[in-house]
Write a protein of this length. Structure first.
Length: 401
């Protein structure tokens, strides 16, 4: 059955379908984070110097950013059902390439494809917003984006467990099998949606992503907030392993991976932020979340004195970041029904910039100033985000009227 995009949603998007979207997003985005804990194994098997193997992560992230700009906007031009199914099937093939790679060339090519195709997560978010009614859109977007954050946080733990059980190749082959199962499930629930911008050429479609930034003040404001909060998110999760694995703590990799569960708890709690956005409390939610983000770094700085304080800090940080992220997406996806994929693509580019910035700066700061320096950096970024929110509150309120 073919229906138009502006009538794609039913009375309500069922909890089962929402959870299915969240699971598909989590599985897809996890594929680009599986390699981080197994770089030692990859370095040994393919005889790649450890200083060089890190490029594998960089290539994956670069191709993810390329996918955001080149693939995600296609959701406003093509049938989203076929686009999602096609990208997930190609992701499955890319995972098999990585899992069976016999040379470093095949490994790098496969990981580049994995990164490029992982952007199906953002097409799923935009499609979920299309399927949901306006009254439930924030709740649905909140649950689906929680799946993404949970996928990122659990990827490292799952990678370590599967590597210990059956070797690093099992990670990608198991993921490919689950992707196939997910495709079979999504085929049954995704409606065919006729796109309303078929006359738009692909080059014009890409140019319009930049035009949306010029036309939509909310998009500009929320994209900058995304850059700042995901810089903070990456500052923590990139560098956390360093003090935890070093004396006096000297925790095992299994114990370090368990801290990701604290982040999951925060991400799950933040799913309710979408409901608050549906009720018109998006700005208040953002302000309170940014205050919690700033407070979280005070607790995180107590890492050597109290691991309990660290856990509470991690929960608060992930709660705050996810709450702002959900609110951001709820706001921007309500701007233009016909341009949701392009709005998502433009917004997520700033997410990628923030993640990359946090990764690079946090390890550099830790090497020179230790964990106190990292916490000061994270708190400073949080303060800048809170100040920016306060400075743009009036502009946001005016744009939302």
């Amino acid at each position: 059955m073919m229906i138009r995009s502006d009538t794609a949603h039913g009375p309500f998007m069922s909890r089962y379908v929402t959870l299915l979207f969240a699971a598909a997003c989590g599985m897809s985005v996890a594929n680009i984070y599986f390699a981080q804990p197994i770089l030692d194994d990859l370095s040994s098997e393919f005889s790649i110097d450890y200083s060089t193997i890190g490029i594998l992560i960089t290539i994956t992230q670069i191709f993810y950013a390329v996918g955001l700009l080149l693939l995600v906007p296609l959701g406003d031009l093509l049938n989203q059902r076929r686009l999602i199914i096609g990208q997930m099937l190609l992701s499955m093939i890319a995972l098999v390439i990585v899992g069976t790679a016999s040379s470093s060339m095949a490994l790098f090519a496969g990981m580049a494809l994995v990164g490029l195709l992982a952007v199906v997560t953002q097409t799923l978010v935009a499609f979920a917003a299309t399927m949901a009614t306006p009254a439930e859109r924030g709740r649905v977007v909140g649950m689906v984006t929680s799946g993404i954050v949970i996928g990122i946080l659990l990827a490292r733990s799952i990678s370590g467990i599967l590597t210990d059980l059956a070797g690093w190749r099992s990670i990608y082959l198991v993921s490919a099998a689950f992707m196939l199962l997910m495709v079979c499930a999504l085929i049954r629930v995704l409606p065919n949606v006729e796109r309303g911008v078929k006359s738009l050429s692909y080059p014009h479609l890409l140019r319009s992503v930049f035009m949306l930034f010029a036309q939509e003040r909310i998009l500009r404001i929320r994209a900058i907030l995304a850059l700042l909060i995901f810089t903070d998110f990456s500052i923590l999760w990139t560098s956390l392993v360093l003090p935890l694995s070093a004396p006096p703590l000297s925790l095992s990799h299994t114990a370090i991976g368990a801290f990701g569960l604290a982040g999951v708890a925060g991400a799950l709690a933040a799913a309710r932020a979408g409901k608050l956005a549906d009720r018109g409390y998006g700005q208040r939610t953002t302000g309170l979340s940014l205050i919690l983000l700033l407070i979280s770094w005070l607790l995180i700085s107590c890492i050597e004195r109290s691991l309990f304080a660290l856990v509470i800090g991690i929960v608060l940080l992930d709660l705050a970041v996810q709450a702002v992220h959900v609110t951001n997406q709820s706001m921007i996806l309500a701007l233009r029904t016909e341009a949701r994929s392009r709005l998502t693509a433009g917004y997520m580019v700033f997410y990628s910039i923030g993640s990359a910035t946090g990764s690079i700066t946090s390890t550099h700061i830790y090497a020179h100033y230790g964990w106190d320096g990292v916490c000061l950096l994270g708190a400073s970024v949080s303060a800048i985000a809170l100040l920016f929110w306060a400075m743009t509150s009036r502009a946001t309120a005016a744009a939302l009227k």
